[in-house]
Design a protein around this ligand. Structure first.
Ligand code: GAP
Length: 513
């Protein structure tokens, strides 16, 4: 798993997907830049999300709100008072940690011990092995599980009741040591607000404190009435948005999984109070289907129900993806009640209500939210698609290739146009003309450097679903080219027009909408 993660990191840099930010100055912690391939993949992810959420629903509309918002927004939303993470420092290494994460990682170690027992038993019993029965009856596994459950409950209780002493006690009870110094010399646990703040204006006395938004959702809430009135939508209806969010994360590790500047794709679905549990189930299933539609293995996706609910939610679940470092949150589905609209209504003094013609009554709508991190989705897609496999070369000998088996609609480049040899007129001229024609339809790359086999490998490595090879027969015989399929490695001799039609059809996002 660790090896796979290292491969993703180096592949992302080598092929222009993701670079560390300001690398010439040694980088900036938990901030990353997307390179030429990365920006294409990210845009394709956003495009698919936007089309499936906005274009495919006549009752969901989009907005693009500003990152800066009136400071009162964050008071009303609860972020000023409650958007905190518990932090703890180790006095010997001076390293800072999230106290709850230290505990969770310790519990994950015990889960690892259970998995080891299961694997050992699996080996011993072979085909007769019943994993469920083993987990339910093996005394050692039961002891480990009991310990995990007890400590997980203590953690949940401490987090729910803001009990920082309780959290520290748990760290002491679990005998957690600092991964750097190895010591147990901990400070007390303190709450740390995750919002970045800055100043508006430069005239003395007129400055006011601003926050960089920690979620895009609030831009939707404050625009609820504007949108409802201008679009005349009836409940239930949704507002969707893609945009940057900022969090001063205490622990920012795992590459683009947890960043300080990241992008969210959020949708708030405004509903009648009392219907939220039905919509909660509906959106959980709809969003899970969305992930599967991109070819993500069902075994790599699961729901995780929240025990510690955020200050605004009455039910919440994550869609978790099995990243190379384990199952982690990819998307959140939250039933946010009328918390946000109600709080904004109270603090602003402006009515944020909907007149429901069906019951002849006004009310503050409830909200069902789907919120997915674009960068996490990007990492999930890299993790899912990056593979090393043995394939036959042109002489039939076995060779290894690195390939990104991305869904064709997400691939940064849809087709590569490759003249068989370089600098050979009129061959290269013909290939260029084909490139100039096809680039009007989809993202193409023209490449004539190196032997054809190496060029195929380069395209495999960035996930290009099709290569179109132009050879001398193309000039002589009916304008035919060779279309090579990334996954099957099958090659077809067809006309340029036929190749164009296949690439257009197979890479078009409408195929999976
Ligand atoms: N509006 C609800 C909300 O913001 P969240 O669970 O805090 O909920 C939603 O965030 C999604 O945003 C997460 O599921 C995750 O994909 C992404 N996300 C959150 N913090 C992130 C970070 N520091 N870096 C990258 N993505 C992040």
């Amino acid at each position: 798993m660790e090896d796979q993660f290292k491969k993703i990191l180096s592949h992302a840099k080598e092929y222009g997907f993701v670079y560390p930010s300001s690398e010439i100055y040694e980088g900036l912690s938990a901030v990353y830049d997307y390179g030429p391939m990365g920006v294409e993949l990210k845009n394709n992810i956003k495009n698919y999300w936007w089309k499936s959420m906005v274009q495919m629903h006549d009752n969901i509309v989009g907005i693009d709100a500003a990152i800066f918002m009136h400071p009162k927004t964050w008071k009303a939303s609860g972020h000023v008072d409650a958007f905190n993470d518990p932090m703890i420092d180790n006095k010997d290494s001076n390293k800072r940690y999230r106290a709850d994460v230290l505990v969770e990682e310790e519990l994950a170690k015990t889960e690892g011990k259970i998995d080891k027992e299961v694997r050992k038993a699996q080996k011993r019993f072979g085909d007769d092995f019943d994993e469920n029965q083993f987990r339910a009856t093996n005394p050692r596994v039961l002891r480990y599980q009991e310990k995990i459950d007890a400590h997980q409950n203590q953690l949940n209780e401490a987090m729910k009741s803001n009990n920082m002493e309780g959290l520290k006690q748990l760290i002491i009870d679990l005998d957690i040591t600092c991964p750097v110094s190895g010591s147990r010399n901990w400070t007390d646990v303190r709450q740390f607000n995750l919002m970045f703040s800055t100043q508006l204006g430069n005239i003395a006395g007129e400055e006011s404190s601003l926050y960089l938004r920690p979620e895009t959702a609030q831009g939707i809430f404050v625009n609820f009435l504007n949108v409802q009135k201008t679009t005349r939508q009836k409940i239930p209806f949704g507002i969707a948005q893609i945009g940057k969010a900022f969090r001063n994360e205490i622990v920012a590790r795992q590459f683009i999984f947890r960043m300080r500047e990241f992008e969210q794709m959020e949708m708030q679905y405004f509903i009648k109070p009392g219907t939220e549990m039905d919509w909660y189930e509906y959106w959980k299933e709809t969003r899970l289907k969305w992930h599967k539609s991109l070819g993500t293995s069902s075994e790599h996706l699961r729901f995780h129900k929240h025990e510690n609910l955020a200050h605004y939610a009455n039910a919440a679940a994550d869609i978790e993806y099995k990243f190379p470092f384990g199952f982690k949150e990819l998307e959140g589905i939250h039933s946010r009640t009328d918390f946000d609209l109600g709080s904004h209504q109270k603090l602003s003094g402006k009515k944020l209500q909907y007149f429901d013609p069906e019951i002849n009554e006004s009310y503050v709508p409830y909200v069902l939210e789907t919120s997915i991190g674009c960068d996490r989705m990007f990492l999930a897609m890299m993790s899912e698609s990056l593979q090393e496999e043995k394939v036959p070369d042109s002489k039939g000998n076995e060779t290894e290739r690195t390939v990104m088996k991305l869904h064709p609609s997400l691939a940064p480049v849809k087709a590569a146009i490759l003249p068989l040899v370089k600098n050979k007129e009129p061959l290269t001229n013909r290939a260029r003309k084909i490139f100039d024609d096809l680039k009007l339809e989809f993202q193409c790359q023209y490449d004539e450097k190196d032997a054809i086999g190496r060029r195929y490998r380069r395209q495999d490595a960035i996930g290009t679903p099709y290569c179109i090879t132009v050879d001398f027969e193309t000039l002589e015989e009916d304008d035919k080219v060779t279309l090579r399929d990334r996954d099957s490695l099958g090659q077809r001799r067809i006309t340029v027009e036929e190749a164009k039609a296949i690439v257009l059809k197979e890479t078009n996002v409408s195929r999976i909408l």
